[in-house]
Design a protein around this ligand. Structure first.
Ligand SMILES: [Zn+2]
Length: 347
């Protein structure tokens, strides 16, 4: 009993030291302490788009060569396992292999099929793609990409929209700023008000999104089936990508369950993994996901998994963009092993 209490105290001290090192930005100290204490490290990586394109209004994509370099380095430095396998370790309270890495993609962009899939297939690396099912086959861009397209393609030099504010649109920098601010503002609106404002934005900017744009950017079910046959797994990411913490629970329940059902219907197999849109969750939402038949769920908070006893429904991920990814690797103790991923020549 006394020993158990001492162990709990030690864990508390260790966690507090790590929190202090992290909050002070001492990522190297954090990494060193963590590696000295925990023999296993886990990093779940989050990608969105792969392959350079002209869509400067969408996610800044990682080049295909960078992605290839990262996968080669990760394969060499750690053990890449599927999210389902990681979930089974966590469910049993067991430690996964040391230096475990999991690859995930969010939102179901078509370049995952065109550019990432051939690399994953060749490297025999497992990955999970989280699908927003309402946009598949609907020739409809994700709502944040609709804003990006309209803002970047309009010929107007400024726009003023009561609730969304006044925005200059004279340079690409102006447009990026307007896109960011409007997107953030719309995230605070309910779903109906958000949809209404997106349609208003198109009218105010005198710009239409051309037919075919959604099909060009979003995966089709045929491509999803082909990747499924090639070993990629698919998880649910709702139907319409609402922030689940901001919609009524009944709507959240529907979004979670319906996206699972959609994928299961098309692939004929059970879907067991879930990603919270925008990484937003609370315990009520995590509970809904668990009760909907999933075995784990991933968020986006830049952190790490410390113990196998951690909640499999609130898993953190490292977003694979730019140099901040390296700091996140430091946070999970994998820095020195994975440095090469960032220092290899990439374009
Ligand atoms: Zn998403």
């Amino acid at each position: 009993m006394r020993l158990a209490r001492i162990q709990i105290m030690n864990q508390t001290i260790i966690r507090s030291s790590l929190k202090v090192a992290r909050s002070l930005g001492c990522f190297r100290a954090y990494s060193t302490i963590r590696r000295a204490i925990y023999r296993f490290q886990i990093a779940i990586l989050m990608y969105h788009r792969v392959g350079l394109s002209e869509d400067n209004w969408s996610f800044g994509p990682l080049s295909t060569l960078s992605f290839q370099n990262q996968i080669e380095s990760l394969t060499y430095q750690g053990e890449i396992i599927s999210l389902e396998v990681l979930a089974s370790y966590l469910q049993k309270g067991q430690s996964p292999p040391s230096k475990t890495i999991v690859i995930t993609f969010d939102d179901g962009y078509r370049d995952n099929y065109l550019n990432a899939f051939p690399i994953l297939l060749k490297s025999k690396v497992p990955a999970t793609i989280f699908l927003t099912t309402g946009n598949i086959g609907a020739d409809k861009l994700h709502w944040w990409d609709q804003i990006g397209y309209l803002i970047h393609k309009t010929s107007l030099q400024e726009v003023s929209l009561s609730e969304l504010g006044f925005h200059r649109l004279q340079s690409v920098k102006d447009r990026n700023r307007a896109q960011y601010l409007i997107t953030q503002k719309l995230k605070t609106f309910d779903e109906d008000r958000k949809s209404w404002w997106i349609s208003q934005l198109g009218a105010s900017l005198k710009t239409d999104i051309p037919a075919g744009m959604g099909k060009k950017l979003i995966l089709s079910w045929n491509e999803i089936r082909e990747m499924d046959a090639g070993g990629v797994s698919f998880g649910a990411h709702t139907v319409n990508h609402p922030l689940l913490t901001q919609v009524p629970l009944t709507r959240a329940q529907w979004e979670i369950a319906e996206s699972k059902k959609d994928i299961q219907n098309y692939l004929g197999k059970e879907v067991t993994t879930f990603a919270y849109p925008d990484g937003r969750w609370n315990m009520e939402i995590a509970d809904l996901v668990q009760k909907s038949g999933f075995v784990c769920a991933v968020a986006t908070s830049p952190s790490h998994i410390i113990l196998p006893s951690d909640n499999p429904f609130t898993l953190s991920r490292i977003e694979m963009t730019g140099n901040e990814s390296l700091n996140q690797f430091r946070l999970c103790g994998l820095e020195s092993d994975l440095n090469k991923c960032f220092h290899r020549k990439a374009s």
